[in-house]
Ligand binder design. Structure first.
Ligand SMILES: Cc1cc2nc3c(=O)[nH]c(=O)nc-3n(C[C@H](O)[C@H](O)[C@H](O)COP(=O)(O)OP(=O)(O)OC[C@H]3O[C@@H](n4cnc5c(N)ncnc54)[C@H](O)[C@@H]3O)c2cc1C
Length: 410
């Protein structure tokens, strides 16, 4: 038996396990997947928890329910990969050999990496919504908050779902309107980027929408530390922003295990070929999902397209053929903008998000880079799609590669 070992049973690992179990012969391939936690969270749902739109029950399911028959699920923390011996050592002492390895251990937030962030005011006046605990604590805080200056700060890029902080601000604008508090709340977005988003056209569109909603952007703000007693964040250039409530998107990093294994960059993300997802130093190791150091968004949609292109390619590879450079960095993301509306962006390594219609040219029903109710419903449907189609590794009637059809590039 040949052994395919998958590390991490989150979005990418679970999709890969389902897809590969269907594609690889049971008699020839043993597939094993490892994770440390029993619960699988639908992370895009964390965005809605602070505003009372979702509860914990809406975003959690047992991880085991999504691992197909014929794939062995091992529950343990992963200690280290030994690429020389082609073995993975688990924290419980077990050791798992592999012929091919997929690393899908994702990205985690590290508030402790910013001085002052977790020194006493954590989850009192400083909150996050990138973890279930943070989102629930912020929901509790917002239920009784009487207004003031709310600052949303991205510590450094890359982060998971780079539009999530913008969505948070737009939903905050809507939520405080609903609460009758909007005139008592000042919303500020302090970002290390020169504008609202990583790519220029989308940055302009999204920046305009934020301005209309009276959200002030402080660009190129590189946080050096938090002064929790003085309630201010301080940049490397000594610029200071005062807050009453700080919502941080802390530094995102790959798992420590990647560092211990000597496979990561300075943020513990794994360098791989951006079109084939194979490690340049270890031809039997691939990285999928947020764990990979790729010049595209860290998003579930990217993980989905990457798994699709990887799985076709892998079948060629094990037959002795070369990997084809098929992955184009395709990403698409619904952006909730409040008041029952949303936007959609669709892009890849080479083409930035453009206006237009998706998926059917001229028809939609979704509008690219433009607010519509259809996009809001697309976002709300995404949770059902995630549990019922995407995680199970089923194909969508959409090509894995981005297409220009329906986009206005003029
Ligand atoms: C607030 C928020 C909003 C988002 N919104 C969107 C959105 O609208 N659209 C979108 O496409 N994406 C969105 N995302 C991003 C999306 O959730 C992630 O990109 C996606 O989950 C990445 O999948 P992954 O498999 O790479 O990582 P994960 O799903 O995080 O899985 C990694 C797994 O590895 C396991 N693991 C890690 N290290 C170890 C170890 N040492 N031992 C054992 N197990 C380990 C973890 O337990 C985890 O289960 C959002 C994310 C957040 C936080």
């Amino acid at each position: 038996m040949k052994r395919l070992l998958i590390l991490g049973a989150g979005t990418a690992g679970t999709m890969a396990a389902n897809r590969m179990r269907r594609l690889l012969d049971d008699d020839e391939w043993k597939i094993t997947i490892v994770d440390q936690h029993e619960a699988h969270y639908y992370q895009p749902g964390f965005l809605f928890i602070p505003f009372g739109m979702y509860s914990k029950n809406d975003v959690i399911k047992p991880r085991r329910d999504f691992i197909p028959a014929g794939v062995e699920l091992v529950m343990s923390a992963i200690d280290v990969i030994d690429p020389g011996q082609r073995r993975v050592r688990l924290s419980d002492g077990r050791s798992l050999p592999y012929d091919f390895l997929i690393i899908a251990t994702g990205a985690q937030t590290h508030p402790e990496q910013t001085p002052g962030m977790v020194d006493g005011a954590w989850r009192k006046t400083i909150f996050d919504f990138y973890t279930i605990e943070g989102a629930l604590a912020l929901a509790r805080q917002l239920r009784t908050w009487q207004g003031g200056r709310m600052v949303v700060n991205v510590v450094e890029n890359p982060i998971k779902c780079p539009v999530a902080p913008l969505e948070f601000l737009m939903l905050a604008d809507w939520y405080f309107h609903e609460q009758g508090l909007r005139d008592r709340v000042e919303l500020i977005f302090a970002t290390p980027l020169p504008g609202a988003f990583t790519r220029p056209i989308a940055s302009r569109h999204l920046g305009d929408i934020l301005e209309e909603k009276n959200v002030r952007i402080v660009p190129e703000f590189l946080i050096e530390r938090v002064d929790p007693d003085g309630r201010r964040i301080v940049g490397y250039d000594e610029q200071e922003i005062e807050y009453d409530l700080l919502v941080t998107v802390p530094l995102n990093m790959g798992d420590e295990m990647v560092k211990r294994s000597g496979l990561g960059d300075e943020l513990n993300f794994i360098p791989v070929d951006k079109h084939t997802l194979v490690s340049p130093t270890h031809p039997e190791i691939f990285a999928l999902g947020d764990a990979a150091a790729l010049p595209t968004s860290k998003a579930g949609s990217v993980a989905h397209y990457a798994v699709e292109s990887f799985s076709e390619n892998f079948l060629r590879y094990i037959d002795g053929l070369e990997l084809l450079p098929t992955f184009d960095g395709h990403a698409n993301c619904f952006i909730e903008s409040g008041f029952g509306k949303g936007l959609l962006i669709d892009f890849n390594y080479d083409v930035e998000p453009l206006p237009g219609r998706f998926p059917l040219p001229g028809v939609g029903p979704f509008t690219l880079l433009q607010e519509s109710e259809a996009n809001h419903w697309g976002k709300m449907m995404f949770r059902w799609m995630y549990w019922n189609i995407l995680l199970k590794g089923q194909e969508l009637p959409l090509p894995a590669r981005m297409t220009m059809a329906g986009k206005w590039s003029g």
